[in-house]
Each structure stands twice: as C-alpha cells, then as structure tokens.
Design a protein around this ligand. Sequence first.
Ligand code: CP3
Length: 360
Amino acid sequence: MNGKGALSGAKRAGGKTEAKRLLRALGGEVCSPPPIWLMRQAGRYLPEYRELRSQAKNFMEFCLTPDLAVEATLQPIRRYGFDAAILFSDIMVIPHAVGQRVWFEEGAGPRVDPVATVAELERLSLAGLHEALAPVYQTVTRLRRELPEETALIGFAGAPWTVASYMVEGGSSKDYTKIKTWAYGDPEGFQQLIDLLVDATSRYLIAQVEAGAEALQVFDSWAGALPDGAIQRWSLAPIKEIVRRVKESHPTVPIIAFPRGAGLYYRDFAQEAGAECLSIDSTVPLDWAREVLQPRVTLQGNLDPALVVAGGAALHDGVARILDRLGDGPLVFNLGGGIVPAARPEHVEALVAQVRRHRA
Ligand code: CP3
C-alpha cells in the first residue's frame, strides 16, 4: 500500500497541499472521516441537472458536449462539496466510438443496433476511437482546471461484460439470454468481442488519465448475472487485463473495480484484479467485507440507494452501520449503486453531514 508514500513531500500544515483525501484512501490510508462521493451524483434527483439536461438534443449529445458535461459534473460538487467528482459521461460512449449506433429512449435507457455474431463484429473498429471520444478528453482536461483543489477527479468506463450486454441485447435486459447464448455457444467468437472491448476500454482509460483523471472506476454492473466459471472468464479476467494495461503506462493511477452483484466472488476480485479499491454493492455483508476484503483493498460503498429516498432514522442507521463496521479500515463512503431519480437532495445533505462528523 502506498498511502503514506503518496504523502511524502506534501505539506501537512493547513491541509491545502496535502494529497487529496480520496487519493489517500485509495492508497490504503485510513481517513477520518472517510472521503465521500456518490455514484450518479450528477443526475435527475437534482433540479439544476434536469434544467441542464433540457438544453441538450439527446443524452449522447449531452455526454459529448464539453460545456454541458463539465457543468453537470460540477453541480453536485457545488452543492455538497464531495471529495471526488466523477466525469459526467456514460458507459455507452464506447459502443458509439467503435461504430455502433447508440441512442437513449426516455424511461428505457440505452438502445443500440445489436451485434449478435462474430461476422457482425466486422462492423466495429477501433480506428475512430479517440476521435469520437475527443470531447470526453476535453471535458476531463477542463474539469481538472475548474475543480476545487481538494476535489479528486475520477474517470470511468464500463467493463467489457456490461458494455457487451447492451451491445448484444440491443439495450437493457432482464435475463441476458442473447449474450449468454452467444458466450456459451461460441466462446471463442464471443471472446473476440470482449477482446475488442478490453482494447478500446484500456485505451480510453489511459487517455482519460493523460487528460487529467486522477483515479479510474470500472463499472461491471451486470457481473452478478454470471455463474461460477463464467464470472471469472467474462468479468474478472477482462477487468484484470484492463488494470494491467492501464498500470503498464500509468503505474500509480488508482483503480476502483465495481463488479456489482459479485457476492462471494468479491474475494477473487480483491485477490486478483489488481485494483486498489473494490466498490461493494448493498448486499455485501459488512462483517465479511471487513474481514475478507478490507485487509487487501480499500472498500467503497455500500449504502442502499433507496435509503437516500427514504431518509429519516433508516438513513441515519444505515450510514452509522457502515461507518461502524468499515470506518476503521481504508474506506471511501459511497452508495452500493447509483443514486436514483427519486432521491431527495436534503437527504443527501444529511448523509454527507453525518459522514463528515464521523471520527474513527
Ligand atoms: O454522476 C455520475 O455518476 C456520472 C455519470 C454516469 C452516468 N452513467 C450518467 C447517466 C455514470 C458513471 C454512468 C454509468 C453507467 N451508465 C452504468 C454503470 C453504473 C450503473 O448505474 O450501473 C450503466 C449500466 C449505464 C448505462 C445507462 N445509462 C443506463 C442503464 C441508463 C438509463 C437508466 C436511467 O437512470 O435512466 C443510462 C442513462 C444515464 N446515464 C443517466 C445519467 C445521469 C440518466 C439519463 C437522463 O438524464 O435522462
């Protein structure tokens, strides 16, 4: 763990020139109180986000217009002073950048013209990757200049399995029948799609670091749909390879892996992925996470997003439980999944205040 090393040479007095709190926690340091940010902290629960969103023709354009994406990223920082900002974008910019048609339907989420066979992979190419993603890199560079000096900037991408699920199913899925039929029936062919995504995603994340991202998160939102044998091959192995490639060019950039729903397999991710931090979903038992995962990696999580809708004593108790069980090890306070549109801004305020009062 390199937390102490990251501080060497930084002045501690005044707190101004100290390493950013998020980066200290990702380096394995126990911060008291822990740094806090929330997945999907920019989103429809904020009135100023809904107003900004109405200025873009569609959601992809919103993500690929630096003026709008910079502003969306900054909104929750202004309101709550989170310890980290996450680039405003979406995991679906990768299918777009490799040549798939992507659009968002109100209420239905992302839609694409699906690829379902090896032959159809010929339609996809890495040739235009950086050109298509240039607006994202510009957003990152501008954010790095505009963010307060204590706020860390997180870049992100979807993991190959999750991104592939949208690419193959044509959109959101309940049962993953199409992608699993391909993966089980023609594993070598399906591996070619995963390999293409490992390539595209590694290059995308490296370019984000070069543009100014200080940490990276890889979202594998549908890892929990995979059974034993398949989760290692289609979720853990591609993430491990992405981490390896990013670290090959940027050895010190901290990486957060989020294999949502991975259950007991979180242990394998902690041992093998090579990421400094694991983001745990709300179903992961806190005592197990503390004993099995936290000795190896920084943990991020894992408040149930519904508690930010409910508020009151339930929210208070949920926050207290996490701080009590995980707060004396390396922790980044977060939700167990993205904040939902029905979340109440005043509940977020109470949550942040409670975390900031905590002392290990
Ligand atoms: O604030 C942030 O966290 C940064 C922005 C961010 C978005 N999407 C913006 C967004 C991030 C990190 C993501 C990741 C993402 N996108 C994931 C992985 C994390 C997760 O939530 O599981 C996934 C699976 C997607 C794909 C996606 N994008 C879906 C399924 C949807 C529709 C769901 C919904 O909430 O409507 C989106 C749209 C989306 N991405 C919105 C936002 C703010 C809402 C769209 C809108 O404003 O109309």
